[in-house]
Design a protein around this ligand. Structure first.
Ligand code: CA
Length: 270
């Protein structure tokens, strides 16, 4: 999702943007419902909020989204549903990013890619505690198991969402993407594609390459570039989802390996 936020009154600053990707999981239509609820709640919370603190807004939005999804699950007989959510508020040169799950934000700066967010996944925990080598995480059969997602518990863990704040430099590019890319693209591939393509087409190109390389997962990405002006103004490309037309404001919903991920997730948490 990409949404241009209304300017704060009387403050002549660069435009603000809200970016997000959500990757739903759950049986039947549960994944779609959860991801839609997350993005709608995020948008409703952030748009029209004026100059409220971005990190605080994102924390509120993630809590509300968690409760909305959990409530919907209860309303349909306890059918489990959940979603990742990675979102960024861009205000001038300042980016505030929040994440739950394993959709990621990357920063491309000076030709180097840096993963900004931390995955809430079993393999990320194993890498962090030294029981799994980073290179083995990419091929681990457990790589799709999440340790946190929105909608799985009545209340979101108080440590969530992870919040990351950046000051963008002219030329920086911010990528939000779902985990469907990770099996088939390395950090270098992300960087090469983003350097070789303008932001308006970089996300689409990433999706094409992931499909060409046979990803077994749906893939979704959005790319923003900080352009040099008197104030640093993010220029945001429409989000790209495979097979769908790009629109300026779009809800990105992915239902990815729904059954496998759901079973793995619930097995872990039961
Ligand atoms: Ca996925």
């Amino acid at each position: 999702m990409v949404a241009e936020l209304p300017p704060a009154p009387m403050v002549p600053v660069a435009p603000s943007f809200l970016l997000a990707v959500a990757d739903g999981m759950g049986g039947h239509a549960g994944g779609d419902v959860a991801a839609n609820l997350a993005v709608e709640t995020l948008r409703d919370t952030v748009i029209g909020s004026g100059e409220a603190d971005a990190a605080l807004l994102l924390k509120q939005a993630f809590r509300k989204a968690n409760e909305a999804i959990y409530g919907r699950s209860e309303a349909v007989g306890g059918e489990p549903m959940g979603t990742t959510l990675t979102a960024a508020i861009l205000r001038g040169k300042y980016a505030t990013i929040a994440s739950v799950g394993d959709s990621r934000a990357y920063l491309l700066r000076a030709r180097g890619m840096t993963q900004i967010t931390k995955d809430h996944s079993l393999v990320a925990e194993q890498v962090a505690n030294g029981t799994l080598k980073p290179e083995a995480a990419r091929s681990s059969p457990q790589r799709n198991i999440l340790t946190q997602a929105l909608g799985m518990k009545a209340k979101l863990d108080t440590r969530l969402p992870g919040i990351f704040e950046l000051t963008l430099l002219p030329g920086d590019r911010l990528l939000l993407c779902t985990d469907g890319f990770y099996d088939v693209l390395q950090d270098r591939d992300f960087a090469d594609v983003m350097l070789a393509n303008p932001p308006a087409s970089a996300a689409a190109r990433l999706v094409d390459i992931a499909r060409e390389r046979g990803t077994t997962d749906n893939v979704s990405a959005v790319v923003a570039e900080a352009t040099p002006t008197r104030v640093t103004t993010p220029r945001v490309a429409p989000p790209t989802r495979q097979g769908l037309p790009m629109v300026a404001i779009a809800v990105i919903v992915l239902v990815v390996l729904i059954v496998l991920v759901a079973i793995a997730f619930f097995a872990l948490n039961s």
